[in-house]
Design a protein. Sequence first.
Length: 325
Amino acid sequence: MKKTFRASLLSALVGMGVLATHSATFADEVNWPTRPVQVVVIANPGGDTDFNARMMAKYFNEITGKTMVVTNVAGGGGTLAAEQVKGAAADGNTILFTHPGQLIVNEVAGLTEDSYETFDVACIAGVDKSTVFVASKQAGVNSMKELIEKSKANPGSITYGTEMGSFSHLQGLMLEKLADIKLKMVDGGTVSDRVVGMLGGRLGMGAISYGSVQDYVQGGQMVALGQPNDERNAMIGDVPTLKEQGLDITMDKPYVVAFPKGTDPAIVKKMSDIMQQIAEKPAYAEDLKKFKQPVTFFATEEAKQILAKTREDFMQFKDELRKAK
């Protein structure tokens, strides 16, 4: 039986043309923002999550004439940032910028009792489509087919570098399940640590943003095995999708904008409307190319559907993630 896995509804919604296309209409009756808005980001400066938050803030300021201030609160797998926003006043002046690693994986892994429903989700501001499964030269595999064959012949012979209990760990578990293989899961630290580990041959493979490894792929020190997107992201070069290689799998990482629970629905809607206007700006699309990311936007209801389906899919890996805590 052919196995199929969807980490979210994103591909299905795009295929059905459900990307929001209605004209943005602000909730004129709500006077917001009236002062600087703080967006709390679950990651350190410089990475993909921080980049997307700062792009949102840049164009939010341009559209509204008000200031959106980015605050980075890393640590605890995003729980520190989430707790800060959870405890903030529900007045629209504090926003969480997050992704499923914090919003769903932490719950599944038992790191928190909170879920995406702990917050008032406004929208999905973007989707990372730059991740690739990449192998070190020393791993001795040049395609996903070779990886599967080697792993089946000698289970655990390929070391998969990750941060245990994180989103990248979940991506490895998904690959194992779909391909019916066994990888050796190793805590390899941060992205930069894992890149160094692969270059040195200590780690055999990982799921990493292409921008972090493209120089090594082009230089021959690493091999990009496949991108877990429904269709090829042309911005990451000639890297085949997993689907093209017989693995019907997508692993989307959407960037979620959320407010403290109890925020005025008119404010939540207005934030979604503003983000849609941002997504329609050609200059914003050009900016996203820096992280090899196409423009994607989902309004409130579509975003909630995606998060609900993602949570359902991730829950099947609960036991494995909790063992890794």
